[in-house]
Design a protein around this ligand. Structure first.
Ligand code: THU
Length: 140
């Protein structure tokens, strides 16, 4: 069963996201990002953005977070937060909403400047594994 939002230590998660901005490698945009998420087994996974001289291959903080999730044993994301260098909440970009959807689905709680919303609210009518399964018949 998923924890309800009130049971999640959002302040601790936000603190971790803010800390991660200090590890970001963002010499091109000068826009460090830190992300932290609670996993359904109680783990917390984090990430920061990692840029590249070839600008287009920059990795968002969420990419690192999802890699850490999978490399650390997998699981489902339950609650997610992201911070900029001012320590303010930041919305994940469109591509990263898709990344998060894959590992948290519609019920993943996302900390937004408008309050905690579900992933279903921040990525409505998302494309996902079910759309593929509907055609191929192959469930994940
Ligand atoms: N960035 C993230 O890390 N996550 C987002 O969701 C938005 C954008 C990074 C990518 C790039 O390194 C910098 O912010 C400026 O776009």
């Amino acid at each position: 069963m998923r924890p309800i939002s009130a049971a999640i230590d959002w302040e601790a998660l936000r603190a971790q996201a803010r800390e991660l901005t200090a590890r970001a490698y963002a010499p091109y945009s000068h826009f460090p990002v830190g992300a932290a998420a609670l996993v359904d087994d109680g783990r917390v996974v984090t990430g920061c953005n990692v840029e590249n001289a070839a600008y287009g291959v920059a990795l968002c903080a969420e990419c690192g977070l999802v890699s850490s999730l999978v490399a650390g044993g997998g699981g489902r994301l339950v609650a997610f937060t992201c911070a900029n260098a001012l320590g303010e909440r930041l919305m994940p970009c469109g591509r990263c909403r898709q990344l998060l959807w894959e590992h948290g689905g519609a019920d993943l709680l996302v900390d937004t400047p408008l309050g905690v919303l579900s992933m279903g609210e921040v990525l409505p009518q998302a494309f996902g594994a079910a759309d593929i399964a509907e055609v191929t018949g192959e469930e994940l």
